[in-house]
Design a protein around this ligand. Structure first.
Ligand code: ADP
Ligand code: ZN
Length: 216
């Protein structure tokens, strides 16, 4: 079973949705740098204040800060059974730091799962996205509705629209994806770790396909 996993893909490809399902099914620790930053912003910590200035514009938080929080999280005992990195790494500097760090702590990456999706669909998904304020589970106002409007199925928390899910910030995020993050696919391909999935098949089928692959 592959259990130390990186989930990659553009914003809106379905990383968060897949991560929540895989976390539950395989008892993996879900490490979402985006969720960690949003948590820090909610609490108003120094990290949160710093992250906010980048996130609201759609820009990337600086590498040293982001690498620092991942290093700390990944080293905790609960990650020994396996981890699911979602939204990290996003730059080559982050990827190289992670290569080194994950080996140092004896938790090397087993596989990199890339979720493919076309730009039109990304925009459709993100403009209708709603997220649970408490547990981060993503929904869609048309295609992935919660059972009760505005309420999270899992934890009962309120759903909201992320402030960076607006047209302007999304353009910047997609730009950073193409410039900084997409090149990492080559990096992981060369390391023999990359596995591509088409995310247009829908959340349920995608989950089945990824599960099969992880177990094989
Ligand atoms: P999405 O995948 O939908 O773009 P995330 O929740 O993963 O959203 O991230 C939201 C924002 O948090 C990003 O636009 C960026 O500003 C910041 N962020 C998250 N992860 C990283 C990272 N690895 N490096 C730099 N910034 C990050
Ligand atoms: Zn919730």
């Amino acid at each position: 079973m592959k259990k130390n996993i990186i989930l990659m893909g553009p914003p809106g490809a379905g990383k968060g949705t897949a991560a929540k399902q895989l976390q539950t099914a395989f008892n993996l620790v879900h490490i979402s740098t985006g969720d960690m930053f949003r948590e820090a912003m909610k609490e108003g910590t120094e990290l949160g204040k710093l992250a906010k200035t980048f996130i609201e514009k759609g820009d990337l938080v600086p590498d040293d800060v982001t690498i620092g929080i991942v290093r700390e999280r990944l080293s905790k005992p609960d990650c020994a059974n396996g981890y699911l990195l979602d939204g990290f790494p996003r730059t080559l500097v982050q990827a190289e730091a992670l290569e080194k760090l994950s080996k140092e702590i004896g938790r090397p990456i087993d596989t990199v799962i890339n979720l493919d999706c076309n730009q039109e669909e990304l925009i459709r998904r993100i403009s209708g996205r709603r997220v649970c304020k408490v547990c981060g589970t993503p929904y869609h106002v048309v295609t992935m509705k919660p059972k009760v409007e505005g309420v999270c199925d899992h934890c009962g928390g309120p759903l909201y629209q992320r402030p960076d899910d607006n047209e302007e910030a999304l353009k910047v995020r997609l730009h950073h994806y193409v410039e900084s993050t997409k090149p990492l696919l080559d990096y992981y391909e060369k390391l023999g770790l990359l596995k591509n999935f088409n995310s247009l098949v829908g959340a349920t089928t995608l989950f089945d396909e990824i599960s099969q692959y992880l177990k094989a």
